[in-house]
Design a protein around this ligand. Sequence first.
Ligand code: FAD
Length: 631
Amino acid sequence: TTRIERHHYDVVVIGAGGAGLRAAIEARLAGKKTAIISKSLFGKAHTVMAEGGAAAAMGNVNSRDSWQVHFRDTMRGGKFLNNFRMAELHAKESPQRIWELETYGALFDRTKDGKISQRNFGGHEYPRLAHVGDRTGLELIRTLQQKIVSLQQEDKREHGSYDARIKVFSETTITELLLDGDRVAGAFGYYRESGEFVLFEAPAVVLATGGVGRSYKVTSNSWEYTGDGHALALRAGATLINMEFLQFHPTGMVWPVSVKGILVTESVRGDGGILKNSEGKRFMFDYVPDVFRKQYAETPEEADRWYTDPDNNRRPPELLPRDEVARAINSEVKAGRGTPAGGVYLDIASRLPAEEIRRRLPSMHHQFKGLADVDITKEPMEVGPTCHYVMGGIEVEPDSGAAHGSVRGLFAAGEVSGGMHGSNRLGGNSLSDLLVFGKRAGGHAATYVDQLAARPKVEVAAVETAVETALAPLQRDTGENPYTLQQDLQAVMGDLVGIIRREAELEESLVRLAELRERVAKVSATGGRRYNPGWHLALDLRNMLVVSECTAKAALERRESRGGHTREDFPTMDPQWRRVNLVCSLEGDTVRLNRKPLPKMRTELVGLFDRAELAKYLTDEELAEFDALSA
Ligand code: FAD
C-alpha cells in the first residue's frame, strides 16, 4: 500500500498568493485551524510579480475619487458584464483593506503631505493605485506573510507551537478535492520534492490558485499557472463563468525570444510612456472606440497636458483599457508596421529624465537591462500582447465567495474566481480584489465550519482513486511526453483561441482539443516520484485541457466581441449578449455550457451612469425599464 501523510484542519486554503494568504489570516482570526498550501515556494506567487499597484478609491491624490467612481470605472472596464455586487463590494471595501495592510506593516509610497500615494492607470478616472515603486505585489505578500508569522508567534505563546493554528505547506500540489456526498471533505496532493502523498481532511476549502496562462504560447504567467483550481472546482461539481474572457496584456516583452511574454508594467504608460509603430507614429489616437471617445484626448498636445492638469484635459489613449490597447497593437503589427521582433515601440526615454525613470520604474529598468541589454532611459522598449489574466473563473456567491453548483464547503477568491471583472479587468483591480474577497472567503469558510452539525468524512475509495490517478503517468511505458503535449496545447490555444477569434478556427480548436484529450489520457512520465517536473506536468495537463475546453466552447458560443473576447466574425458588442453569462460545468468528462441571465443591477447603482452611457450597453427593453424608473 502507498504511504499517505494525513492532516486535519478546519479550513484548507489552496494557494499562497494575496487571496490565499488574506483568506487564511481571516480563517485563523476566526479561530479556525488553517492550512495554507502552495505549489511553488512560499512567497513565489503571481501576486509577488504585480508591479503597478492596488486600486482603491482613497481620494488621496484627487479628492473627487469615491467608491462610486471606482465602481463605474470597473463596470465600464468589464463592459457591464461584471457581477455588479462584486464590483460594488470591491469598490467600497478596497480602501479599508489597503489601510489594514499598513497596520500589518506595509509601507506604501507617500504623497507630499504624507498620505498613501496613488498613481494613474488605464481605465481609472482618477489616480487610484496605491503602490510601492513598481514592486507593490512584493510588499503585499511580504506584509501578509509577516502577519502570518506574527499570528504563529501568538500561537506559540498560547499553545506551545508555531503551527498550532496556521501552517504553511509549500511546494505541495493539490490534485483532487475529496467529497462526502455534496460536501467538501478534504484535499489530496503530493509534495513536489519527495513525491510523497498527503491528505488534508477538512470541511472547508478555499481555492485561491490564480490563473491559467500556461495553456498559451506567449504568456506573462509562470510555470504553475495551469488552471488547477478551476479544474478542481469543476470536478467537485462547481461551475465556471466567463471562461471566454482572457486578458492579453498589451505590453509583454517580445524580444529576446527566451523571455517572450514577460510583463512590461502598465505603469510605464501611466507615468508617460507612449506607443509608436515602426514609422514612428503615435498610433493609439486612431484606435479610440466610440464608447470611450468622450474620456480620451484627441491630440498629443491635450494628452500631454493631462499628466499635469487632469481636470482640464482628457487622458492619453495609451491608457485605454487593456483589451483596446492589445487589439490596437495587434492591428499595427498585422498591417506591417511592427518592429523587427514583431511588436511596437514603447517609449519612456524621450518622455522623462533618466533619473526619474530609474526612480519610478526600477524593476523595469533592471529587467530590460538584464534580459535584453536595453537601457530604457535611452532607448524605446519593444512590446506586444501577452496572455496575462483570466477573467473567467469559479462562479461564486458575491458576498461569501461560496462556490455555486452542487458542492458545499468550497469557497474561492482571487483570480480563480469569476464575475468581479466582467469581460475585462482594469489594471490594479486584481490586488485589491485579492484582499477584499480573500478576507470574505476566509471569514465565510470559518462561519460555514461553525454551522456544520457533523464533519464530513473522506471515503477510502476516493483516496485510492486519487492515488491511482496520480501514479498512472509513471506506470505507463508507452504514451507521449508531457512537454510535447503541453506545446501542442499551447499552439492550439495561441493560434486558434487567441486574441482575435473566428468561428472556423474555434471549431477546429475543439477537434484538436478532443484529440489532445485522448493523448493526455495516455501521457507517460519517465523517472520516479522524487522531484520529477515531467510527472508534475503530466498531472497538470488534464487541468489545462479541461479549462481550455471551457474557454474554446464559450468563445465559440459567444457571438459578439466584448472585453477579452474578440470575434472577427462578430466585431461589435451586442446588448442581448450582455445579459448572458456562459456557465461551464462537468458531466462525467464532458464540458457542458449553459446560458444564465446576469443578476440585475440595483437601481441606485444603475443611477450612477448617465443614460447616454447606458444606451451603449443595455437593450432597448432594459433602457425602457430604466426610463420608467427614473421618470
Ligand atoms: P496567485 O498570486 O497567482 O497565487 C496562486 C497560488 O496558488 C500560488 O501560491 C500557487 O503556487 C498556488 N497553486 C496553484 N495551483 C495549485 C495547486 N494545484 N496546489 C497548491 N497550490 C497551487 N494585478 C494588479 O492588480 N496590479 C498589478 O500591478 C499586477 N501586475 C501583474 C504582473 C504580472 C507579471 C502578473 C503575472 C500579474 C499581475 N497582476 C497585477 C495580476 C495579479 O498579480 C494576479 O491576478 C494576482 O496576483 C492573483 O492572485 P491570487 O492570490 O489569486 O493568486
